[in-house]
Design a protein around this ligand. Structure first.
Ligand SMILES: [Zn+2]
Length: 315
């Protein structure tokens, strides 16, 4: 959606609230007490739903991503719009400036809640067919603890186990596509990326990678990856495992989609958000994957995100 269309559709708080209510009811209002679906009165004067079955009342925001949020609907809608329409993304500081809100913290928290629902939505899909897999270490901010008696700062480890590096398992599925060239007699197939997943693997052990990989990919997949020691065990339950020695192969050719996704996500995080704390990295990766996986959706991404926002499934 272009900025001009967005401002025409949602000029004020009332229009955003009305759209939110419409989407919520289309997804189905579920009573938080007795779980009865779509059996309620809307009490307009109170702005609440009342369950026809048990009489329980809940607000319009209750049970959704906006639960407990004091921010106006319009702020959320602006965030949905800017987080889905910008090619890269927007920082909380920039969004705070654009909205003109006094405090940074609530805007920052709102964006993280949105990233959480983006991740939960993508968690509903599993990777299938042929996939690429690799691990990468992301630079993250780490606050060194001080010894309360000596005042000495905790020592930082170097390399892979450094507190300033956070491990991420990156997996991408491929799809076969056909070149639509009517002059060619034979169909020409090529591989294109389909769905991307990025998950924190903090310790990077074979067991941790295994558990993570099996939670995001179907066991019937064929996995292509590099020759890391932990991989034969980590990927043992998948249908096929192909490991390439990266001293002999170019990772950009063997694992093109995960290599690109790693480079692009690192550049993006560095450029927009600067130093991220390790514990929040997953949320930023959720946003990156959510947008990547819907890169051909165009304007529809906004509506898709609104569906996630009203969904009660996750709360
Ligand atoms: Zn009820």
């Amino acid at each position: 959606m272009k900025l001009i269309e967005f401002s025409q559709h949602f000029p004020d708080e009332a229009s955003c609230k009305a759209e939110f209510k419409l989407y919520r009811e289309a997804q189905g209002v579920v009573c938080k007490k007795c779980a009865t679906k779509n059996h309620y009165w809307w009490l307009a004067s109170k702005g609440q739903y009342e369950c026809k079955n048990c009489g329980f009342r809940m607000s319009l925001k209750s049970g959704t991503v906006m639960e407990n949020s004091k921010l106006p609907y319009q702020y959320w809608f602006i965030a949905f719009h800017l987080m889905t329409s910008t090619k890269k993304t927007i920082s909380a500081l920039e969004l705070q400036r654009q909205i003109g809100h006094k405090y940074y913290e609530p805007i920052w928290a709102m964006m993280h809640k949105i990233r959480l629902v983006m991740g939960k939505r993508d968690d509903q899909y599993k990777l299938t067919n042929e996939i690429e897999a690799d691990e990468s270490y992301y630079s993250t901010r780490y606050i060194q603890e001080e010894n309360e008696f000596t005042g000495q700062k905790e020592e930082l480890k170097r390399g892979k186990g450094s507190q300033r590096k956070t491990g991420v398992l990156v997996m991408a599925s491929q799809q076969r596509k056909v070149h639509s060239n009517p002059t060619k007699k034979k169909n020409v197939f090529y591989n294109a990326p389909k769905f991307l997943k990025m998950k924190l693997v903090e310790n990077g052990t074979a067991n941790e990678i295994k558990k993570t990989a099996e939670s995001i990919a179907d066991k019937q997949v064929r996995v292509k990856t590099d020759k890391a020691k932990s991989y034969p065990k980590a990927f043992e339950n998948f249908k096929k495992l192909e490991m390439f020695d990266m001293s002999k192969f170019d990772s950009g050719k063997v694992l093109p989609w995960v290599s690109k996704a790693i480079t692009n996500s690192k550049n993006l995080l560095k450029a927009i958000h600067h130093a991220i704390e390790g514990k929040y990295l997953q949320n930023y990766l959720n946003e990156f994957c959510y947008k990547y996986n819907r890169r051909y959706f165009g304007d529809k991404v906004f509506n898709r995100l609104l569906i996630c926002a009203v969904s009660q499934v996750w709360y």
